[in-house]
Design a protein around this ligand. Sequence first.
Ligand code: ADP
Length: 199
Amino acid sequence: MQKNVIPHTFTITQEERSKLKNHACFLLWFTGLSGSGKSTIANAVEKALFNKKIHTYTLDGDNVRKGLNNNLSFTPEDRTENIRRIAEVANLMIDAGLVVLAAFVSPYQKDRENIKQIVGTDNYVEIFINTPIEECEKRDVKGLYAKARSGEIKNFTGINAPYEAPVNPDIEIDTTQVSVEEAVSIILNKIKNKLNPIN
Ligand code: ADP
């Protein structure tokens, strides 16, 4: 905490907001290569949660890099700052009473460790979308692999920048083996108890 920044004690707490919404609040963090299926699965999970009257919000590259983080590039330093800011935003959203879904490549182990520190270990569910790079490149959803191969994009994860695979993710999904519907059911099953409101 910075000197002379003294927190005010607000009357309504996170627990009370959570009780009002009738579910617990935490972060589902999707990590994996570009095109692995993070956004597709996060979107389907959010839809399923919404249908269960869970209050959610999804953070992804489109809504974060275009606004809050539009001054950041893809250098290692800027990637670290990108993830730190996203984790801080997610932390505020958890405090606000939401189940937050975040879909980011987030290639560095130390950055993912930092997310856990920011939101708290109990609030962090790590979902590794472990689709083989050959499949991601074949899909090339945004045409970025072709650009990276031709040298047009530098620092592209999996081609000319590293991806440090999670060591012990809470959930691991290979989308060449598991359909979107199956992925949703694996994730919902895993967080079923965690969604219970704090008593
Ligand atoms: P990311 O967010 O990881 O960059 P996207 O979700 O944008 O990836 O793209 C993944 C692509 O793979 C989509 O076009 C999606 O339709 C396709 N896909 C095929 N099978 C699956 C699956 N089982 N799970 C998720 N995505 C899949």
